[in-house]
Design a protein around this ligand. Sequence first.
Ligand code: BTN
Length: 256
Amino acid sequence: MPSKDPLDADRIRDGLKTKRIGRQVIVLATVSSTNDTAAEYAGDPKNDGLVILAEEQASGRGRAGNRWCGGKGQSVLCSIVLTNESLDAELLSLTAAVAAAEAIGETARIKWPNDIMLNGKKAAGILLESKQTENGKAYIIGIGINCHQKDFPAELASTATSIDIEMQTFCDRITVTKRLIASIEHWLEEATKSGEMILNRWRELSTLLGQRITVIHDGRDFTGNCVGIDPDAGLILQLDSGTLGFFPANQTTVGK
Ligand code: BTN
């Protein structure tokens, strides 16, 4: 059945006020992973800000080697090429999470480090990758937003959701994509002026700050109150043992 809201590069670009992100938008039908397609463009500085979208991914991937599934025409599957970026990976990742949350809507929240939640279930995720090119290091921000899914495979049913399920509506993927592009550009600019700007917005949207949580790090559980986030040190816990614990995003999982 044809999609009710097919992605369309001209409609996405129409009225977009951004100067960097989305100057070029490419919409594809089926790709292995939009991050792989984006990586092919990452060596040319002219492609800074390029947005690659696909209706379907045959081998979409998530963090920690997980698969990212979606169903044709059901999601915003997006990768953004940054060939000229001064922010480091941690801040970029938080920036993408903030932008994805804002694109989804006011009720979206961020579960550390960059899962986007609606009513306690995951509606979107970020996969930041980099590529060394002859022109320097390029970043690819991969963002997957569940839009029209009505149900999920059994193993995800209790943890995953979509905008349509939670908002009880049929969202328009073009509108979501436009908001995503505008928000990424805005927060990249703010974060470049001051990392604190993006951290403060991330904190406002965070579900973990102030919560008592358990994280798994180096195969061990650590429990305490979440008192902060630091772009380098990661999640900061006031541990039950009395000390402060610092848990970098790439080596830590938040437990149940
Ligand atoms: C996560 O595990 O939470 C990250 C999911 C990231 C999925 C997006 S979909 C667009 C881009 N292409 C991919 O293969 N992955 C990212």
